[in-house]
Design a binder for this molecule. Structure first.
Ligand code: UTP
Length: 228
């Protein structure tokens, strides 16, 4: 059984505004580690990233520079989580896939934020999963899962329990605005990597860290994306 897992946690859940939930995530990762899972964690930028990006945009910065501001916020959140995990985690936040692999060889949980402009932390989590041979990527997001249309605009939107990566592409591309801070649930790069490496992605509501545990243990509290 493949016990290597990548967990992407929205920056809404790992940031200094909500210390309680960070502790709950640390307990879930500790439990998985104790059960013999190897876990790589990718943390998003949350509100702080959006604030810097919005400020930079109003000052006329390019999308690339705005992405760099977003990446800085993701790394700060990743550092916070690394420190909370203490001895369980590699004590530095990798800035590239090469640095990640170096850190991964320590045998510890490795926590990262962004890698490079033009993508979101979802793409980072997908490329890490591909590189370390993980078959499962759990995405702890701010919604219950994937809907057939944007639930913020359409009150009759339905939660989908299972779909293929191509079906997800068709739903997301219509709503997609790939700009800094606006890469939405999955950016195009992450979808491409998920497809080519045949990853299974479980999208769960990260408000309850236990959902991540359930997803790793074979449950499906949200939406499961299958290769085909
Ligand atoms: P995310 O959009 O991935 O984090 O990164 P988030 O705010 O937590 O979003 P969710 O809730 O996980 O979806 C914040 C910003 O950092 C930049 C992008 O501008 C992104 O919107 N970023 C992140 C990059 O440019 N490259 C990366 O590899 C990662």
């Amino acid at each position: 059984m493949n016990k290597t897992v990548v967990v992407k946690i929205s920056g809404k859940w790992i940031n200094p505004e909500k210390p309680t939930i960070i502790g709950e995530y640390a307990r879930v990762l500790n439990k998985l580690h104790g059960e013999g899972y190897r876990v790589a964690v990718v943390v998003g930028g949350g509100r702080v990233a959006r604030e810097y990006i919005n400020a930079g945009r109003s000052l006329g910065l390019s999308e690339a520079m705005l992405d760099l501001l977003g990446i800085a916020a993701t790394r700060l959140n990743a550092m916070l989580f690394t420190v909370i995990l203490d001895d369980l985690a590699y004590p530095d936040v990798p800035r590239s896939l090469e640095e990640f692999l170096q850190a991964w060889s320590s045998g510890k949980i490795v926590v990262c934020g962004g890698f490079q402009p033009g993508q979101s932390t979802n793409a980072v989590s997908a490329v890490i999963a591909e590189a370390i041979g993980a078959k499962l990527l759990v995405n702890a997001t701010t919604v219950e899962g994937v809907y057939n249309k944007d639930p913020r605009k359409h009150p009759d939107a339905k939660l989908l329990r299972e779909l293929t990566v191509d079906e997800l592409y068709n739903i997301l591309v219509k709503e997609q605005h790939p700009t800094a801070g606006g890469y939405e649930l999955m950016d195009p790069i992450s979808l491409m990597i998920i497809k080519r490496s045949k990853l299974i992605v479980k999208i769960v509501n990260g408000a309850k860290p236990e959902n991540v545990y359930k997803a790793v243990k074979g449950g499906n509290p949200g939406t499961t994306i299958k290769p085909e």
